[in-house]
Design a protein around this ligand. Structure first.
Ligand code: B3K
Ligand code: ZN
Length: 875
């Protein structure tokens, strides 16, 4: 496959002023007619005196029926069919192109372009799916005004597309015809079409300037009672964007559709967002707190794209983080404002530290703005999304809330209606604030996770505290040497009484140090004693900080740091140190013993009535095996597993009484509300329950059983079932699993959760039950949610069983990836990730992983998606 480079970007030769689409829907035989008003791009580079270049159109899996220009059929001599499109000879700088082609939505299992999901038609065009619908310049810098007519048989009463409906009538042959017109010019990737027998929930929103917007959520009839939370979230998001960014919605209607078969979480098509059912449908009986919160954040995310993505879009796909990094930052702040800020930050940083850091240290490492790709779908990554959001957050930290708002106002005003670059975003931030972010731009171009080595000294004679910061960044593929980053390092200094010291005469207790050199020192004067530094508060930059904290110092920070995030982080460091010692003891054949200070620290967290229960739950949770693995130079999976399981067991044993008290205190019957305070209590209660079940004591397992039987909401029910599945014997766990399925088998979202509980079970035999689950009538290899629940759950969220010593877990994954590649390349290329990191594993396990990856490569012809990931990982 061909590699595309950012440096080769050229403006399009032709622009499309208007796009008129006409669909006649049939499962295997959909007719698409398009009428494009085309003109030569005045901004295109052309050699002087050059004749008009050919018009290049993208097209994949299309059957061309006819092609005409200005009403005349184009003879075969004037165009060429290319492997992935058409090249058409052009005679005039302006013309109307009309194309008729046929497509087959029923057999489209890639879930890109137009496809069928449970009998309903829907589309997914980002990044390059529109070319599977019709021939088109399928690139985001070609923006056009779309009008879309859909003709469908009577069984499809709901026919939707972008913008406003301007026509609805029966055709002469009794079909339904509907036309939509989108007044905003947009790239093809924001096009959407939906047709089905759908029900709708309706509401309205009045914008700040007093315009009334109709809000509609469409879903199959059986899910109609699961839309309320998404609707509430949508209205909150609309209000929030007005208040925080001054951004109003711009059409008279905003529609959301839930679809069962979807590659990603959701898609921000103009005025017609399409959602994975799992990311929009919820009711208290069927969805967990985590799902309620995920829905709020994704509904917000897609809505926020209307400005950060749609009104101002990307010039090319290398700029993906322009809209994704910014929009993730926006949705994270939205969630933080709606819920607990510290807990949201902890969740996001945990994800970054495990999965994004691993990506940055692996074979597919790439900058936030990649400079090449074979398949752009492979670059919808944690680096582009989450690290990209951290980069925007750093700009926010550097400029302050007001400065950042000035920058975003200028950005939206300057580039409204345009397709722009990450550079344009940074430039707007600079221009609005009169600052220079030249060095900061390296965050966009250099891959890898920077490391800060911090050391300190105290000059008692002068009362000066000196922090020395050294930065480095490991080599990544294609980037051996890195230049220093501009890193905002938020610090506070704690005095012996645990209070923040004043850092200046104004009494400031926190400073953002501007780290920009390889080595730099920072002086704090006027201090009476050597303080304890609280470093990288709130995780002010996506870096690793090394500082030689002692156990006592970490315990002190855990108790006293005024920054809640760093309180949690001190606990994580402490646990990490203890787990490292356990791994070492295990490898060297010593008896394992858990540091008593860790136990004491956890006890006082558990008994501290002043802490938010959600924060307590986070603080009681040991770093995941994946996090531990990421932090190792070389991964010894067995030692990680033994150490972590031992520590969990020892904590559960030592704190049994306190855990039980806490559990009993929180175990009360309250009507379910997905509000932060209630979520926090359930989270702590179920964290306690999980620990209690680790002991495998019959009376404690009975607690889980009772909770399972009596739970009035899915959060408590699923948590109890998970504890049984992970810790109870089969005669207790199996009946629970069966009755759960019996009760919920009609509910797709709950069945997905049920699959996930089993595939992530830490008990022996999980691989075998995963194979059985794949034979279950509810499993479909063509449904990404089911694949993610069963195969993904096992490979990504079951460190213990996936890393079993015989390597069968890796072989299984390789087998499934090869099978999936034939159906859905995007999903196959994502699913293969766990075995691409083979180089980091020690001993035979690494070799077995390598062999599994090789077997994928040797299995035959791979899709471009999978080929890119596998070939880059075998190097
Ligand atoms: N913009 C979509 C991404 C869809 C890409 C699929 N290959 C989801 C989002 O970030 O909002
Ligand atoms: Zn997005």
């Amino acid at each position: 496959p061909r590699t595309v480079y950012l440096k080769d970007y050229r403006a399009p030769d032709y622009l499309v002023d208007s796009t008129r689409l006409h669909f006649e829907l049939q499962p295997q035989d959909t007719l698409v007619k398009s009428r494009l008003q085309i003109r030569r791009n005045p901004a295109a580079e052309s050699a002087p005196g050059e004749t008009l270049p050919p018009l290049l159109l993208d097209g994949v899996d299309l059957e061309l029926l006819s092609l005409s220009i200005d009403g005349e059929l184009v003879p075969a001599s004037r165009y060429r069919e290319l492997p992935e499109g058409l090249s058409i000879h052009v005679q005039n700088p302006e013309f109307v192109l009309e194309i008729h082609n046929r497509i087959n939505p029923r057999d489209n299992t890639s879930l890109e372009g137009l496809y069928l999901s449970n009998g309903m038609y829907c589309t997914q065009c980002e990044a390059e799916g529109f070319r599977k619908i019709t021939y088109y310049p399928d690139r985001p810098d070609v923006m056009s005004r779309f009008t879309t007519t859909i003709v469908a048989p009577r069984q499809y009463p709901v026919l939707l597309s972008n913008g406003n409906q301007i026509e609805r009538r029966a055709t002469e042959d009794g079909r339904l015809l509907v036309t939509w017109e989108d007044p905003f010019a947009k790239p093809a990737y924001l096009f959407a079409l939906v047709a089905g027998e759908l029900q709708t929930v309706e509401d309205s929103f009045t914008t700040a300037s007093g315009r009334e917007v109709k809000l509609q959520i469409f879903t199959e009839a059986k899910n109609i009672r699961k839309c309320d939370h998404a609707m509430r979230s949508l209205k909150k998001a609309m209000r929030w964007d007005e208040e925080v960014y001054g951004r109003e919605y711009d059409l008279d209607i905003f529609m959301v559709v839930a679809v069962d078969h979807f590659n990603m979480g959701a898609m921000e098509n103009k005025g017609l967002n399409i959602f994975n059912s799992a990311c929009v449908l919820a009711s208290p009986e069927t969805a967990t707190d985590a799902t309620f919160q995920r829905i709020e954040s994704i509904v917000g995310h897609e809505y926020f794209h209307n400005w950060s993505g749609n009104r101002v879009t990307c010039r090319d796909w290398f700029q993906l983080s322009l809209k994704e990094g910014f929009t993730v930052f926006r949705d994270a702040e939205f969630s933080a404002d709606m819920n607990s800020r510290a807990v949201k930050r902890i969740e996001d940083v945990s994800l970054l530290r495990t999965a994004q850091f691993a990506e940055d240290g692996g074979p597919m490492a790439h900058p936030v703005r990649p400079d090449s790709y074979m398949e752009i779908s492979n670059f919808y990554t944690l680096t582009v999304y989450e690290k990209g959001a951290e980069v925007v957050r750093m700009i926010h930290t550097l400029l302050g809330t007001e400065g950042f708002r000035k920058g975003s106002d200028l950005y939206f005003q300057r580039h409204d209606g345009c397709a722009v670059t990450c550079e344009d975003f940074v430039a707007a931030m600079e221009d609005a604030n009169g600052v220079d972010l030249t060095q900061f731009r390296r965050w966009y171009s250099q891959a890898g996770t920077p490391v800060l080595e911090v050391s300190d000294a105290f000059d008692a004679a002068h009362g000066t505290y000196i922090l020395t910061v050294r930065q480095s960044c490991p080599a990544t593929p294609g980037q051996n040497k890195k230049l220093p980053f501009h890193i905002p390092l938020a610090v506070g200094l704690l005095g012996a009484d645990g209070r923040d010291l004043s850092l200046d005469p104004q009494g400031t207790t926190q400073k953002v140090l501007q780290v920009s050199e390889t080595e730099q020192t920072f002086n704090f004067t006027g201090l009476k004693e050597k303080p304890l530094p609280s470093l990288l508060r709130g995780f002010s930059a996506p870096v690793k900080v090394r500082y030689g904290y002692s156990t006592e110092q970490l315990l002190f920070l855990m108790r006293n740091d005024s920054d809640e995030f760093n309180r949690w982080d001190a606990g994580q460091r402490l646990a990490f140190m203890a787990l490292e010692q356990l791994q070492k003891d295990y490898r060297e054949g010593r008896d394992l013993q858990l540091q008593p200070q860790l136990v004491d620290a956890y006890r006082s967290v558990l008994q501290n009535p002043e802490l938010d229960p959600a924060l307590v739950a986070e603080m009681l949770t040991l770093p995941s095996a994946q996090t531990l693995a990421e932090q190792c130079e070389r991964i010894d999976a067995e030692a990680i597993i033994v150490a972590r399981e031992f520590a969990r067991g020892a904590l559960a044993e030592a704190l049994k009484g306190e855990l039980l008290d806490c559990y009993r205190r929180l175990d009360c019957d309250k009507p379910y509300r997905p509000e932060a305070a209630d979520i926090a209590e359930r989270s702590l209660k179920n964290t306690c329950l999980a620990y209690l079940c680790v002991t495998e004591e019959p009376e404690l397992l009975t607690l889980a059983q009772a909770q399972f039987e009596n739970a009035a909401n899915m959060t408590d029910s699923a948590a109890a079932l998970a504890s049984l599945v992970n810790h109870a014997a089969d005669d207790m766990a199996q009946p629970a699993l069966e009755s759960f399925y019996e009760r919920w088998q009609q509910d797709t979202q709950v069945v997905e959760l049920w699959f996930g509980l089993q595939s992530t079970s830490a008990r022996r035999g999980t691989l075998e039950s995963v194979r059985e689950l794949m034979q279950h009538p509810a499993f479909e290899l063509t449904n990404p949610n089911k694949v993610r629940a069963v195969i993904g759950g096992f490979a990504n969220r079951n460190f213990i069983q996936f890393h079993r010593a015989d390597g069968r877990g890796f072989e299984f994954l390789a087998e499934q990836v090869v099978a999936l590649d034939k159906l859905n390349p995007q999903i196959a290329a994502r699913l293969v990730t766990p075995i691409t990191r083979w180089k980091k594993y020690t001993g035979e396990l690494g070799e077995k992983m390598h062999r599994a990856l090789q077997s994928v490569m040797e299995s035959g012809r791979l899709s471009r998606d999978l080929y890119e990931v596998v070939s880059k990982s075998l190097v």
